[in-house]
Write a protein that binds this ligand. Sequence first.
Ligand code: IPM
Ligand code: MG
Length: 358
Amino acid sequence: MQAVIAVLAGDGIGPEVVAEGLKVLRAVASRFGHQFSFHEALIGGCAIDVTGSPLPAETVAVCRAADAILLGAVGGPKWDDPQARVRPEQGLLGIRKELGLFANLRPVRIYPQLIDASPLRPERLQGVDLIVVRELTGGIYFGEKRREQGAHGEWASDLCLYHEEEIIRVVRVAAHLARQRRKKLTLVDKANVLETSRLWRSITTRLIKTEFPDLHFETMLVDACAMHLIRRPADFDVIVTENMFGDILTDEASMLAGSMGMLPSASLGDGRLGLYEPIHGSAPDIAGQGKANPLATILSVAMLLRHSLNLPTEADCVEAAVASVIERGIVTADIAVPGQHTYSTTAVGDAVAATIAA
Ligand code: IPM
Ligand code: MG
């Protein structure tokens, strides 16, 4: 097949991990006889430096014209001034919103060889296989922001707003996923305090009762969920939650897999176009040193093949190659056990690409 992939490498370690993702896509293209063309565009801090905007109009146009988008990470100390009016993160939030990518899939899978990379005791990790479906284009991330000087000093507010349809569409995505998996769906909210959470709870409960009565459905408060993710992570199958809770819980859940460097994500909307990115950030502290773990990006490439290009065999092949390099101990320092030889970002990418080609 022929496909156009928009490539938004971004800042920090973004370009390093995206380079390995592209290496893997090229290996897939040559093994399976596809033609992928890559169209690079600016996002985040590097886009601010060149154009003044974290999301130039040209970048949006490149993304709209593509079949899928591969993104690295945005942000860094250079653009972190709290007084700054433009911030790299606005580019990321902007492209998610602009393309209507409301459902963010963040799977957490445990590789047996990485059990010791997790701070949790091995027996807690037995059987862990969960996916968080994070609402991505609403809630407190996108509500009105205010900051003003009042009579008694400054004040600020962030509005958290959800409409019924925004809840229904993302819950449907999560429920369909649960149906293909272990049929368990957990809605995570803070319904004992927040009105938006009470709306989520009533809409979701009704939707599941009418459209997905075959699922085992439960609700859980976000603070309790933070605890249960550590106490009994294997009990979760599909978690669906609002934007900010999903952001926080997936950083926590990444430690089940051993490292932030292991978690991929897919951001999907109504059509086939999707945006694929590691859940980790730009990690400026290790940028340019060849230390970044490229596996979260490479696993995001697998999701891209599966969800946007409809190439499940190719996606399986990439995931099998990742499992194989981990098995052979070809890993970066973040997931190595003490004393284990560690490999560079490019060495890990090379090993995955070579495994696909073999
Ligand atoms: C993520 C990141 C982003 C988010 C930041 C960089 C804006 O943390 O994708 O999880 O909060 O969505
Ligand atoms: Mg995050």
